[in-house]
Design a protein around this ligand. Structure first.
Ligand SMILES: Cc1cc2nc3c(=O)[nH]c(=O)nc-3n(C[C@H](O)[C@H](O)[C@H](O)COP(=O)(O)O)c2cc1C
Length: 452
């Protein structure tokens, strides 16, 4: 290594670095048509081996975690043509992945509304022990009536959902801490299994939930699972500010992401925490292919007929009539001049920007201008530039990546984007440790946080 390389490495080592997570929804990928793509096993939905392989690909790219969202259950997709949105069972999937990976964090959504806290506490801590300290729990309150219907219920008011969520998280952390850190003696000579004075009931009863405990699970290598949260309401800021170390976010612009990140940081501060203890992770959808044209063609193939069906929506975003018979033509100058961006859709400005570049209507849609997160459709350097710009603007502490098709999209990101981020010094070269807590830089915690 020559002097300048050494210096560069030193500078990079001092630099703040981003976190990266992989979104593993139903396993096919984030685009509806992923299950039908050539080369994709159409039965991958039920393949735990496939989930393991995808997690291993992310681990090769040094991702800090995989994230499995959940309703729990429930399908809003049109099952006649689309795959369900979620894994068969997120905890079983993570258990399978835990046995076949060594470093990557294992994060799943667990609803605070539709689970008993004792069940969640037990499952997530068992996963944490099984994975040697790599578990994360995305504590969310659930929002869809289709999910509630599976439990024979209606979705409670926000006040009740979040009231219960506060109690559930405190209760679960108390259960996690109810087996004292040093309580396990397991001395075969003396016959002492554990110190009963350090394994005590919690005896908590709130307005919504209660538990006597204790939970008979000793600490993992990271003590207990990391708390994640995903939500955008004032109640979500409040909950995450108290308890979360990571927020799975959704934002379309740097300004919006910055505002969200700052709101979570302020909330953490108001609860006596250091704002750096809460990491805001923005979403990013990717089609990483060597050039823009090839990438757009891949998206067109993926979307099939559904692409042009979204023209009506684009029309609303741009405030001008669009002619479906001219889907392969760019907008005329007159159309561009009269476009009026929808005030209600934060994606509109990006849609107009792409239109002004002269792409056809079909190609505008293929850029993913109506997707759930910012979309990169092109070479890896475009994703790296996007991530660096957001990261350095203070809009995100990291990104959760939703590849279009997992079977080759994870590898494409790992091979084409990760090395650029590493070269720029904004993503780690290797894992800092074996636990999720070490790899995301979260402080030690066992049981409830005495500050909150
Ligand atoms: C990025 C992101 C991921 C989410 N993941 C889930 C999920 O896995 N399961 C779920 O039921 N809700 C999920 N939600 C929904 C939120 O939990 C929340 O219910 C929703 O944002 C409505 O906000 P509110 O509950 O704060 O009113 C997610 C939301 C966001 C923004």
């Amino acid at each position: 290594m020559n002097y300048s390389e050494e210096k560069k490495e030193q500078l990079n080592a001092d630099k703040k670095q981003m976190l990266i997570g992989l979104h593993l929804g139903n396993g096919y990928g984030s685009q509806q048509g992923a299950w039908r793509m050539p080369g994709v096993d159409p039965k991958s939905y039920t393949s735990f081996d496939a989930r393991v392989k995808q997690a291993q690909a992310a681990e090769r790219g040094k991702f800090q975690f995989i994230f499995l969202p959940d309703g729990p259950g429930a399908v809003l997709a049109d099952i006649a043509t689309e795959a369900p949105a979620f894994n068969l069972d997120v905890m079983l999937t993570l258990a399978a992945v835990a046995r076949e990976t060594q470093y990557i964090g294992l994060v799943a959504t667990g609803s605070t509304t539709f689970n008993e806290p004792f069940n969640l506490a037990r499952q997530f801590k068992a996963l944490d022990v099984m994975s040697h300290g790599r578990a994360g729990w995305n504590a969310i309150t659930s929002s869809g009536e289709d999910v509630a219907a599976n439990y024979g219920k209606r979705i409670p008011s926000s006040e009740d959902r979040y009231g219960r969520a506060h109690e559930v998280i405190q209760l679960i952390q108390s259960l996690w801490g109810s087996w004292g850190k040093d309580a396990w003696i397991h001395n075969q000579e003396t016959g002492e299994f554990a110190n009963r004075n350090e394994i005590l009931p919690i005896n908590l009863q709130g307005k919504y939930v209660g538990s006597r405990g204790p939970l008979y699970i000793p600490p993992s290598e990271q003590g207990q699972p990391i708390i994640f949260h995903a939500g955008g309401s004032p109640n979500a800021y409040e909950l995450a500010g108290r308890f979360a170390n990571v927020v799975i976010g959704a934002a379309f612009t740097i300004e919006d992401a910055k505002a969200q990140r700052n709101a979570f940081r302020e909330s953490a501060k108001s609860h006596g925490r250091n704002p750096d203890e809460i990491k805001y992770i923005a979403g990013l959808m990717t089609t990483i292919v060597k050039d823009r044209r090839t990438a757009l063609d891949r998206r067109i193939q993926l979307a099939g007929d559904s692409l042009v069906q979204r023209l009506g929506y684009l029309q609303q975003m741009l405030g001008i009539p669009l002619n479906p018979s001219k889907v392969d033509e760019p907008l005329t100058k007159a159309q561009l001049d009269t476009a009026r961006l929808s005030r209600y859709d934060p994606r509109s400005a990006n849609a107009l920007k792409i239109a002004q570049e002269g792409w056809s209507l079909r190609d505008i849609l293929a850029h993913g201008v109506i997707d759930y997160h910012p979309v990169i459709v092109g070479p890896g350097v475009e994703a790296a530039d996007h991530m660096q710009a957001w990261f350095e603007a203070g809009a995100a502490d990291g990104f959760w990546i939703s590849p279009d098709v997992n079977s080759d999209g994870i590898d494409a990101f790992v091979d084409e984007v990760v090395p650029i981020l590493q070269e720029r010094g904004i993503f780690h070269q290797d894992y800092e440790g074996r636990t999720l807590r070490e790899n995301i830089g979260a402080p030690e915690q066992y049981g409830i946080d005495p500050r909150v």
